[in-house]
Design a protein around this ligand. Sequence first.
Ligand code: TEU
Length: 531
Amino acid sequence: MGPSRHARKEWWRSAVIYQVYVRSFADGDGDGTGDLAGVRTRLPYLAELGVDALWFNPWYLSPMKDGGYDVADYRAVDPAFGTLAEAEKLIAEARELGIRTIVDIVPNHVSDQHPWFRAALAAGPGSPERELFHFRRGRGEHGELPPNDWPSQFVGSTEPVWKRLPDGDWYLHLFTPEQPDLNWAHPAVRQEHQDILRFWFELGVAGVRIDSAALLAKDPSLPDLADAPHPHPFIDRDELHDIYRSWRAVADEYDGMFVGEVWLPDAERFARYLRPDELHTAFNFSFLSCPWDAGRLRTAIDTTLAEHAPVGAPATWVLCNHDVTRTVTRYGRADTGFDFAKKAFGTPTDLALGTRRARAAALLSLALPGSVYLYQGEELGLPEADIPRDRVEDPMYFRSGGTDPGRDGCRVPLPWAAEAPYAGFGGEPWLPQPADWPEYAADRQAADPASMLSLYRAAIGLRPAFGDGPLTWLPAPEGVLAFARAEGVLCVVNLADESAGLPPHTELLLTSGPLDEDGRLPTDTAVWLRG
Ligand code: TEU
């Protein structure tokens, strides 16, 4: 199948997808928590930005022990965010503006308040209700030791992944104890998720993000990782592919798409999830984690394209999300890569430098073949906020014994209006906004042609000029990335220490910053040219 056949309905192959962390996007009812009413009022802003789709972090009924990734009812909207009827309206209103909706399904675990888990607790050891989860007796003389040695999937967490109940059973939770893992070997678990997918596709969503997609399947004997590391007892197991084939059959009935959250270092293993009868796309975490270095970025791009080509899946380009350090902050640090294990309080950064690089990175990622994910506030150039320790909410901080700063710093409620209380977010935000937040407000940036917002608007508007053809690297000095796309449109990014001359061109389409007086491209600047 060539691109022309894909072009009409396979919108996700080249889409710009905007991630909405509802809790922090816009607060419609003034209670300090973002909500669907807030999103609905900002749809014109998103349309003007030019995005093709919205990915919403989980908006389901949840005790919010992990920002909504602890779901108590997959078919209900949390009252803090609104109602199901409102979600349906939002999906339809967005669609009228040409914007599709992607919901976030969390299949690896449920909330401990989910009816299944409550029933399992009530039913006691050995009950069929407990078979939907991973309940085991403990080790040691009195069962006082956890059943195995598995590490938490909150990197940096020092806490166990097993919790013991008064009746002596332990249950597995790869994340917090309020997120018990489901047993994916159980047919009822599989059936339930097929039904959940149908439920949301019926409601009009165009796609589904799959949370922690490589973690669902477990070795049924739950062996110690130390004894049985290969194949890994709970990461990237072969059984997953059957699960996703069955999901794909459901999605195909609705023309729906999947984007998997698949964190795997091995490119070949990663690509297996993208075979034609499995997931359509997956997040590109190697690009997200890559330092600001020409050679490393070029390798990440080449590896990405090479791994996707044989399975015919489009690449995705991601610079940040709700779990990682904001781009402008990361790029202004001495270590410009992202690594969960290296997160620490007080890492110094040069925001002016980071912002210059983030502007160049925006033009780089929007010029590459595939789809692009944009995390709310990235288009405003928001930095990672310092959250006072007594205001931290993220369980990652607590489960690391207070050493990991957690993920709240990238989840601070957005600034919309420079002059309004709380920078126009709504009521007093659930996380404190930094004092300089009004400077980043969307209304101020909309009026400034040199702002990050204006750059994103212009770039998203011009992006179709690149077409959907392949990428060809052009000769360039060391530290400079230069490539052409089939339509003869070029992207040049200068990561070298000195300015660089531009390749021959007929038109300068967009720059991430001014050229120098000799018309050369300064350090940490990108340009789009017509060849
Ligand atoms: O994140 C999953 C996640 O961060 C892990 O898969 C981790 O990256 C991996 O183990 C590293 O090797 C998702 C959500 O994005 C996050 O917000 C949730 O807290 C988490 O799942 C639990 O649902």
